[in-house]
Design a protein around this ligand. Structure first.
Ligand code: ZN
Length: 768
C-alpha cells in the first residue's frame, strides 16, 4: 500500500526534524532514481535473476529481449559500425520497470545487510520502533542514516536533509563528501500535495467553468464532478483543516446559487441541507469533512487488521504500544499524519466492534462487540463477578452458546434477546474486529460516509416526496424545480418580503393579500385554470395545507408516476408564466400554459421512447434446467419460521434423473442468511454421502448467498468463515460451483424444506 509508505516516511521525517531529543539524529538522502535506468548493467540483471532463482531458459529469453538493442550513428552521412551496448534499460518499454525492480530489490537487500552489519544504521521513529534505513516511493529512494560514519555515495541531483541541530561543520563535511544539495524540507518532493493545494485547484476549476451558462440540472452534475475530482489521494492521508473544508464548501455553495447573469445571489438553504441525500431533501452533494474522515478510516481499518505491516510497527510502537488503535496514548507534538488518523479513529470508533469468535479477548466492560451500541454501558445490574470479564464468561459452561438467563440478567430483556441472536464463531476462530455497517464486515469508504452522515442529521420528514421527485420521468430541470418547491425557496413575494423590509407581499396577478408559493402554483386564478384544464379535479385543491410539500406529498398517494411528472411540468410552466408577468409584463392564458406543458411532457416522452426499455420484454420461460453433460446438479433451499428453520436439497444428473434428496428441521431461531448457509452446508454433506465425486453445480435462489461467496475474499464475518469451510469442502469433488437461479427453477427444494419445517422432521433418501 502506497499510503503505508507515505505514513512511515512522514513519521521518520518528523522524527528527524523535531529537535526535542538528542541534538544530532542523522540525515536523510533523497536519490533521484529516474536516471538510474540508463546505468543498469545487463550482466547485473542476469546475475540477480539467477540469484532469485528463475529458470535458466526464462532468463535467457528475457536477456535476449534486452540485448537485442543495437545502435548505429550517422555522422556526415557515413554510418558508423554497429555499437553494442552493455547497459541501460529503455524507458517506456513494458518490461523495463520489472527488470529495474530486480535491481532495486538487490539494492534493498544490500542496505538491509549494511544495517545488520552496522555500516549504515537507519533511524527509528520511537524507542521500540523498527529501525529503517531505506525506503522506495515510486521514483524516489530515501535513505535514512543515523550520524556515525561517512559513506560514499555519488549521485548528482539528489538531495540531503539534516536534522535541525546538526552542527554546521558536520553538515558541510557531509554535503561536500556527498556532493548533494542541502535542503530544509523534503515534503514537496514526496509527491504529496498538502491540503491547501486542493483549495487552489478547486478555484481554478470552478473559475474556468462559471462563465458557461448552466441550468440547475447542469450545475448539479458540475458540482458533483468537481467534488469527485478533489484529490482523494491527499484526503486519505491528511485531515483537511476546518478552514479549508469550509472554503471548499462555500465555493460549491456559491456555484449552486449564483444566477446566470452573475448578479447578486441569495443562498437560500445552508450547506448542511444540500449535503443531505436526495431521498431526504438534499442534493446528495458530498460533505468534504465527513468524506475526508471516511477516507482516512481506511488507514484506521488497516491498522486494526493488518498488524504485520511495517507501517503498523512504526506507528504502534510510537502511539499505541498495546496494539489497540482506540486506546492510543497521548503524545505531545504528534505529527499531522498521525493526528489525522487519531481523529478519524475517534469519529468512527462506534462503528467498529468485535465479532465473537473464541470470546476470550473481548472485554465486556470496555469493548464494543456483537452489534452497534453494545458495550459496558448496556450492562444493567451488577450481577457479574469480578473475574467475569470476557464475553466467553457469558456462555454456557463448555459450550459455544449463550447462557440466555445470565445474559438477560446482566443486560436486561431487550439487549439480552439481541445478544442471544449474536452468532458465535466456530472452534478455533479468533475474535475479530469488524465494521458493523457492511454485511461482510469489511470496512468501505462508501458505507462509512453514509453512516457518518446519517449519524449527524438523523431522518427527517417528507421522505416520500424527496425520494419520489428524483425518480420522476422528466427533465432534470423539472426535478430540481420540484426540489425547490419542496423547500419553498422560489422567490415569491412572501419569500422576498421575509428578508427585506418594505416589499409588497401581494400577488401581482390577482391582487391576493400574500403571494405564498402555494398561492402562486395552486390558488392564483390563472394557475388554477391551467390545472383544471389539465383535467385535475377540484378534490385536488380542496384540502387545506400550509406548505406546498404537504399538498404535493398528499397527491403522491393518489397519482401515478406519469401523472405526477405531468403535474410538475405544468406547475413549472405556471411558475414561468408568473415570472413572465412580473419581469416582462406579459402573461399567457391558462390554455396556452397547459398546451405548452403538454408539449414539453410529450416531447420528453417521445425522445425517451427511442431508448431501450429498462426491462427486456421477452420473458424467458422459467423452470428447472438439466445440468450440462456429465454434471450433477444439487438444488437447495431454506425456510425460516419464527422459532425454527427447515432445509431441503435434491440431487439430479444430466438426464434430470433424481439421485437423492431430502431435508431437515432445526429447532432454533436464525436469520435468513444463516439459514441459507446451513442449507448450503447440508447439501454438500448430502452430495458427499451419495458418493458424488465428479463435476457438481449447487443451485440456490438466494442471491445474497451467491454474492457473499463472490466477495468471500474480504468477508470477515462468522457466516463468511462457514462459507469458506464450504468452499474448502468443494475439494472433494472434481469441480464444484455455486450458482444462482430463479425461484421458479428451485421449486422442488423449496417444497422439501417447507414440508420438513411443517412436519418437524429430518429425512434423506437415495435412489438404489
Ligand atoms: Zn394570485
Amino acid at each position: 500500500m502506497i499510503h503505508d509508505n507515505i505514513l512511515i516516511a512522514h513519521e521518520l521525517l518528523h522524527y528527524l526534524q523535531s529537535s526535542k531529543n538528542e541534538p544530532n539524529k542523522g540525515f536523510v538522502v533523497k536519490l533521484d532514481m529516474s536516471k538510474a535506468y540508463d546505468r543498469v548493467e545487463w550482466n547485473f540483471i542476469e546475475t540477480i535473476m539467477i540469484k532469485i532463482g528463475f529458470n535458466v531458459k526464462w532468463i535467457e529469453k528475457i536477456i535476449n529481449c534486452v540485448r537485442s538493442v543495437k545502435y548505429m550513428v550517422k555522422c556526415n552521412n557515413i554510418l558508423s559500425d554497429v555499437i553494442i551496448s552493455e547497459r541501460g534499460l529503455c524507458q517506456g518499454y513494458p518490461l523495463s520497470p520489472y527488470l529495474f525492480f530486480f535491481c532495486m530489490e538487490a539494492f534493498s537487500r544490500m542496505l538491509i545487510k549494511a544495517q545488520d552489519n552496522n555500516f549504515l544504521r537507519g533511524i527509528r521513529a520511537s524507542i521500540n520502533g523498527p529501525r529503517i534505513n531505506h525506503f522506495f516511493i515510486a521514483d524516489d529512494a530515501l535513505l535514512f542514516v543515523r550520524n556515525r560514519k561517512s559513506q560514499k555515495i555519488n549521485f548528482e541531483k539528489s538531495m540531503v536533509l539534516f536534522s535541525p541541530n546538526t552542527p554546521i561543520v558536520q553538515r558541510n563535511n557531509f554535503s561536500d563528501m556527498l556532493g548533494m544539495t542541502v535542503v530544509e524540507n523534503l515534503n514537496n518532493y514526496l509527491g504529496l500535495p498538502i491540503p491547501i493545494d486542493i483549495n487552489n485547484r478547486l478555484s481554478c476549476r470552478i473559475n474556468s467553468w462559471t462563465k458557461r451558462l448552466l441550468s440547475f440540472g447542469g450545475k448539479e452534475v458540475f458540482i458533483k464532478a468537481v467534488l469527485q475530482s478533489i484529490p482523494t489521494y491527499a484526503l486519505s492521508i491528511f485531515l483537511a483543516p476546518k478552514g479549508v473544508v469550509e472554503n471548499i464548501q462555500a465555493k460549491l455553495s456559491k456555484t449552486w446559487w449564483t444566477r446566470k447573469d452573475g448578479g447578486r445571489f441569495w443562498i437560500m438553504l445552508p450547506w448542511k441541507t444540500l449535503r443531505k441525500p436526495k431521498g431526504m431533501g438534499g442534493l446528495g452533494v458530498r460533505d468534504v469533512r465527513l468524506f475526508n474522515l471516511a477516507l482516512i478510516g481506511r488507514q484506521v481499518w488497516r491498522l486494526i487488521n493488518n498488524k504485520d505491516t511495517l507501517c503498523f510497527k512504526v506507528l504502534s510502537s510510537k502511539y499505541f504500544p498495546d496494539g489497540n488503535i482506540f486506546k492510543a496514548k497521548k503524545v505531545d507534538k504528534a505529527f499531522f499524519t498521525w493526528s489525522s488518523i487519531a481523529a478519524a479513529a475517534e469519529a468512527l470508533k462506534d462503528g467498529f466492534g468485535w465479532q465473537v469468535g473464541n470470546g476470550d479477548t473481548i472485554n465486556i466492560q470496555t469493548d464494543n462487540w456483537g452489534m452497534e451500541g453494545l458495550n459496558g454501558d448496556a450492562i444493567k445490574g451488577d450481577c457479574l463477578n469480578s473475574n467475569e470479564t470476557s464475553v466467553k464468561d457469558l456462555w454456557l459452561a463448555d459450550r459455544r452458546s449463550w447462557n440466555a438467563n445470565k445474559v438477560k440478567d446482566v443486560f436486561g430483556q431487550d439487549w439480552g434477546e439481541k445478544i442471544c441472536n449474536v452468532l458465535i464463531g466456530e472452534e478455533g476462530q479468533r475474535d475479530k474486529m469488524v465494521w458493523f455497517h457492511k454485511p461482510h464486515g469489511c470496512f468501505t469508504t462508501k458505507t462509512t460516509y453514509s453512516w457518518l452522515l446519517l449519524k449527524e442529521m438523523g431522518y427527517g420528514p417528507h421522505k416520500i416526496y424527496w425520494k419520489a421527485i428524483w425518480k420522476l420521468d422528466t427533465l432534470p430541470k423539472i426535478r430540481v424545480f420540484s426540489w425547490r418547491v419542496g423547500h419553498e425557496i422560489l422567490p415569491t413575494k412572501a419569500k422576498i418580503a421575509s428578508i427585506s423590509h418594505g416589499v409588497d407581499k401581494s400577488c401581482q396577478r390577482c391582487g391576493a393579500e400574500v403571494e405564498t408559493l402555494l398561492h402562486a402554483l395552486k390558488d392564483c386564478p390563472t394557475s388554477r385554470a391551467a390545472l383544471s384544464m389539465g383535467g385535475w379535479s377540484d378534490s385536488m385543491f380542496s384540502k387545506d395545507c400550509v406548505h406546498c410539500i404537504d399538498w404535493l406529498e398528499d397527491l403522491m398517494w393518489a397519482l401515478d408516476k406519469k401523472a405526477m411528472a405531468d403535474l410538475m411540468v405544468l406547475l413549472w410552466n405556471c411558475w414561468n408564466n408568473r415570472n413572465n408577468l412580473i419581469f416582462r409584463g406579459k402573461e399567457d392564458t391558462a390554455a396556452v400554459i397547459w398546451e405548452r406543458a403538454r408539449t414539453l411532457s410529450d416531447d420528453f416522452r417521445i425522445c425517451n421512447l427511442l431508448k431501450e426499455p429498462l426491462i427486456s420484454s421477452n420473458v424467458e420461460e422459467k423452470k428447472w434446467k438439466k445440468p450440462p453433460k456429465g454434471f450433477v446438479k444439487v438444488n437447495f433451499d431454506a425456510t425460516v419460521r419464527i422459532n425454527s428453520m427447515g432445509y431441503g436439497a435434491i440431487v439430479r444428473d444430466d438426464d434430470g434423473f433424481v439421485l437423492g434428496g431430502g431435508g431437515g428441521f432445526i429447532d432454533t431461531r436464525m436469520p435468513v442468511h444463516v439459514a441459507e448457509c446451513v442449507a448450503f452446508e447440508k447439501s454438500i454433506q448430502l452430495a458427499t454421502q451419495l458418493n458424488i465425486k465428479g463435476d457438481v453445480m449447487f443451485e440456490t435462489d438466494h442471491a445474497a448467498l451467491v454474492n457473499k461467496l463472490r466477495n468471500i475474499g474480504t468477508d470477515v464475518t462468522v457466516v463468511g468463515a462457514r462459507i469458506k469451510n464450504c468452499i474448502a469442502a468443494f475439494d472433494s469433488f472434481n469441480s464444484a460451483k455455486l450458482i444462482w437461479t430463479n425461484r421458479a427453477c428451485n421449486k422442488v427444494a423449496d417444497l422439501l424444506c417447507t414440508k420438513m419445517c411443517s412436519e418437524e422432521k429430518t429425512c434423506f433418501f437415495d435412489n438404489p
